[in-house]
Write a protein that binds this ligand. Structure first.
Ligand code: SF4
Length: 444
């Protein structure tokens, strides 16, 4: 088992250079497995884009000579999935089905030396591509052709006590407004319909290079260059950095989806403090009121962490009551994972695993009820839906999303239509049925 320690720079940079200059110097068939979040997906596309430019062919992993896995090390489960995938690829290499195994991403960055010691069969370990990326060729896109992620910053401005990301990713870096606007222009030219602005904390955008929170300004600069793009979606807002100006821009600009993904993580004052979230219970309530006043029909997604060290039954009850009362449209819950190198790692009063799991179950069951009721409110309404794909199992059924749902993480609208619909097409849909997370409708 790999024992986490600080990353070893010399091993890391040596293998990166091997990978880039020597080992893949001829045209080869390369396949990639992406693990983790949408931010990793953007990095995977950049890796494939660079390889394509160097003359390599991008193929399905089953047909590849070189297999790359872009790993995630956010929490224990993510690390396990990454390690299992590396082991699977090593097995394929042993069977002679692939020639080389390359490990990229957070896990490779965090545990470069340990991985190199443990997995001798891996040919190279590489980190994250640089932020100012070149245009990604269509052939290596890992998303459908009608939406695209635009990463505006790398690493995180914050130091949440439970999180290892700032340590793994290094200094927070924002792209310039000009660079982001240029990328959006290119995407718009290609006919993209939805862009998803992402980063670990997009609300801190600009605090390094412009010395102030500049997301609202960035959005105002992006909107005029969007012609084909009809939806701009914001992913991962840090509550303490959400400004009035940002809420106003979101509410006023038609193209910005009335959807906010804002991880709150907890609501008890003492836990928010020990998490180093820079926000209090009262400030959180005030912020939520403001968002709901400006965007009354908007969709609010959040995540919570149960079992943070020191979380008492009383703290948990406060969170449970808060969830019942606030009724989030979308909500995820994580179990606290003790991450080496974080401030919370050595905190007293670690919560037993069984208690954490119980708390997770209670919150998830509560949210299922809320979610079903939230979805019911759409019955009989008409929604603008972006078609993502055709159903593989049902005739005349297409899978789409309203502005209230992000791809991969949220629900789907099952659209019945006797006419053929294309991915990237917007349609008006009347909602006729609802489930816990998904909706069913017909084109009107
Ligand atoms: S906001 Fe906190 S939890 Fe999120 S990436 Fe940054 S440090 Fe980690």
């Amino acid at each position: 088992m790999i024992k986490p320690t600080a990353k070893n720079k010399s091993v890391f940079s040596k293998t990166t250079n091997d990978f880039q200059s020597e080992r893949l110097s001829e045209g080869m068939k390369v396949g990639l497995i992406n693990l983790g979040c949408a931010r990793n997906l953007v990095d995977s596309q950049a890796i494939l884009g660079n390889l394509k430019k160097k003359g390599h062919r991008i193929v399905d992993i089953a047909k590849a000579d070189i297999a790359i896995v872009n790993t995630c090390s956010f929490i224990e489960d993510a690390r396990k999935e990454s390690i299992d995938t590396i082991l699977d690829l090593i097995e394929l290499k042993k069977q002679g089905k692939i020639k080389k195994v390359i490990v990229a991403g957070c896990l490779a960055q965090r545990y470069a030396k340990e991985l190199a010691d443990e997995f001798k069969e891996v040919d190279a370990f590489i980190g994250t591509p640089t932020l100012d990326r070149e245009e990604v060729p269509d052939q290596v896109l890992l998303t459908p052709k009608h939406y695209a992620y635009v990463k505006i910053c790398e690493s995180c401005f914050n130091q949440c006590s439970f999180c290892a990301i700032p340590k793994i990713k290094g200094k927070f870096v924002s792209r310039s407004i000009e660079s982001v606007v240029e990328e959006v222009k290119q995407l718009d030219k290609k006919g993209i319909k939805e862009i998803l602005i992402i980063g670990q904390d997009i609300t801190a955008y600009g605090m390094d290079i412009y010395r102030q929170k500049s997301l609202a300004k960035l959005l105002k600069s992006i909107i005029p260059v969007t012609h084909n793009i009809e939806w701009i979606r914001l992913l991962y807002a840090f509550p303490a950095h959400v400004t009035d100006e940002l809420i106003e821009v979101m509410a006023q600009e038609e193209k910005i989806c009335k959807y906010i993904d804002m991880p709150l993580q907890h609501i008890s004052d003492n836990i928010l403090l020990s998490m180093n979230r820079n926000i209090t219970t009262a400030q959180t309530h005030e912020l939520l009121n403001k968002i709901r006043t400006y965007m009354p029909s908007g969709s609010l997604r959040t995540t919570f962490i149960v079992g943070m060290p020191g979380e008492t039954e009383e703290n948990f009850k406060e969170m449970h009551d808060f969830i019942k009362k606030t009724r989030f449209d979308r909500m995820g819950v994580f179990v606290y994972s003790q991450e080496e190198g974080t401030a919370a790692f050595s905190m007293a009063d670690q919560v037993p695993e069984t208690t954490k799991k119980k708390r997770l179950d209670v919150l998830m069951r509560e949210q299922q009820k809320i979610s079903k009721e939230v979805q019911n409110k759409f019955l009989g309404q008409t929604l603008k839906v972006l078609i993502d794909e055709k159903s593989e199992s049902e005739k005349n059924v297409f899978l789409g999303r309203s502005e209230f749902d992000a791809p991969e993480v949220d629900g789907i609208v099952y659209v019945h239509s006797s006419k053929e619909l294309k991915p990237g097409q917007f349609v008006t849909v009347k909602i006729i049925d609802s489930y816990e997370y998904d909706l069913v409708g017909e084109v009107v």
